[in-house]
Design a protein. Structure first.
Length: 491
């Protein structure tokens, strides 16, 4: 709805719209030449900016400025201002922390940037901890998050597209990418998808992630969430796109492949030999965490002849007084460890680590002494849980936890055939996934498209000086990121 030229009508409409909102402040004053009306939301504005750069200038220093355009050009000493002509634009700005000033006889309003949101400052990374490397993490304030990325990419090609998502929440979204490196069709696809989302609210990046995923029924994440600015900046340099969601300390990186979820920021800050070894260990740990309980059930129940005799006797003697079948044993211990993990997340951090260790020891030993489970099952469940913590991405770990139960049930009913079948089905499902045109199993599947160069940063990370090309995400004209001699941009 367009603004009126009569100040009283504008004032009445705005007050009626905000009726019952006691945190919205209205102020009437004279600018020597004209009557003015100001509106803003308390506690989310910078009061000092309003007093010094707006009210002082207009009421004390103000001259004969009869309209809002003159007020904006000559009296408002704030860098970011805008003239608007509709009530909707005023309401959106005021609820975002800006201040609106209207004048008598003018059907336009001045929107002044006076945001002063409360913030907890820049914290340390808590879910993606590294020994060597930057310690800063994203916050809930989207503007700060874009700054944390921009300070690492001092390039004019870094573009920031701002959108709003959510009919009622009107959450600020910032899409960041390198214009000459990221594929144009990828950027356009992401922007179109975000603009097509028609939902009441977007409260966190997790909301947006679920709308952007193509195969939402899959337990495996097809987009990457990170709280680390250095990881987000590195992804942008590779030609990927970062989506910053206001009110969320995590940003979305896309496209993403399975290989990326096993990479840590620390992989590139330490020597390639040790980090290659750690990557191999992560892949091995992920396989163990998923397959070990199911394989144990398949062997002990259906094919004990494949187990070495000494080990089979140990397992048999440990289960001599256990009243439950093997599948029940495994489920009891797996469920107990899942409950311990969930309880540890809800407890205060100083208590949670001690609770997890003590709880695991107490429950495991008590269950064995009570004859509810055998000691080998406790070892299997504990080893499976420990291996899952070696994977650096929490979302991918959650997917592994679900897949583990899928393999357990197949192995319990069909033995080794069920184990092999379930693993095969998981691999088929992974091969069917893609993330914005990139196969999920790349570079293990389809690596020849890019000349197998992406294998240099897969299970093994080669020295940085040998990683001269960007991954498959970058456009063809910008594949070279390291030239033999110092020169201009890649080609």
């Amino acid at each position: 709805m367009e603004l009126f030229k009569e100040l009283n009508k504008n004032k009445e409409y705005i007050k009626n719209t905000f009726f019952g909102s006691d945190d919205v402040v209205f102020k009437e004053f004279d600018n020597k030449a004209v009557k003015c009306f100001m509106v803003y939301t308390d506690n989310i504005v910078d009061g000092a900016t309003i007093e010094s750069a707006v009210l002082t200038n207009m009421m004390v220093l103000g001259g004969s400025q009869p309209d809002t355009e003159g007020i904006e050009r000559h009296l408002i000493s704030v860098g970011e201002t805008q003239l608007v002509e509709s009530f909707e634009e005023i309401f959106d700005a005021v609820l975002l922390g800006d201040t609106a000033v209207l004048a008598e006889g003018d059907n336009r309003a001045v929107i002044i940037s006076t945001k002063g949101w409360p913030s907890r400052g820049i914290p340390e990374a808590s879910t993606e901890v590294v020994v060597q490397g930057p310690k800063d993490a994203f916050t809930e304030q989207g503007s700060i998050n874009t700054v944390l990325i921009r300070r690492r990419i001092r390039d004019t090609a870094l573009k920031v597209k701002r959108l709003k998502c959510g009919r009622r929440s009107k959450t600020d979204i910032a899409v960041m990418y390198l214009k000459d490196v990221a594929k144009k069709e990828l950027v356009d696809n992401i922007l179109n998808q975000i603009e097509s989302i028609n939902v009441d609210c977007i409260l966190d990046s997790g909301y947006l992630e679920q709308f952007l995923e193509k195969r939402y029924s899959s337990p495996f994440p097809q987009l990457q969430l990170t709280e680390r600015p250095d990881k987000a900046a590195s992804a942008i340099y590779e030609g990927r796109v970062v989506v910053v969601v206001d009110n969320s300390p995590f940003v979305i990186i896309l496209p993403s492949t399975l290989n990326i979820f096993f990479q840590s920021s620390e992989d590139y800050y330490e020597r390639w030999e040790i980090m290659s070894f750690m990557r191999i260990l992560r892949f091995f740990a992920a396989a163990l965490s998923v397959a070990l309980p199911g394989l144990y059930i398949a062997l002990t129940v259906y094919r004990p002849d494949l187990i070495p005799t000494a080990l089979a006797l140990k397992i048999s003697s440990g289960r001599a007084y256990v009243p439950f079948p093997t599948i029940a044993e495994v489920l009891i211990m797996e469920t107990a460890f899942e409950l311990l993990r969930e309880a540890g997340v809800r407890l205060p951090s100083p208590v949670s680590s001690a609770f997890g260790i003590v709880g695991g020891i107490v429950i495991g030993s008590a269950a064995v002494e009570a004859g509810i489970v055998g000691p080998v099952v406790v070892i299997i469940a504990a080893l499976s849980g420990i291996c899952s913590f070696a994977v650096p991405n929490p979302e991918f770990v959650s997917a592994l936890r679900l897949v583990k139960y899928f393999i357990i049930f197949f192995s319990a009913f069909l033995g080794l055939f069920g184990f092999y079948t379930s693993v095969f089905l998981v691999l088929v499902h992974l091969a069917s996934l893609e993330s914005y045109g990139v196969p999920y199993l790349y570079p293990f599947c389809g690596g020849s498209v890019d000349g197998y160069t992406d294998f240099k940063d897969s299970i093994i990370r080669v020295p940085l000086r040998l990683m001269k090309k960007r991954p498959i995400f970058a456009r063809k004209g910008q594949k070279i990121r390291m030239a033999d001699k110092k020169r201009g941009g890649g080609s």
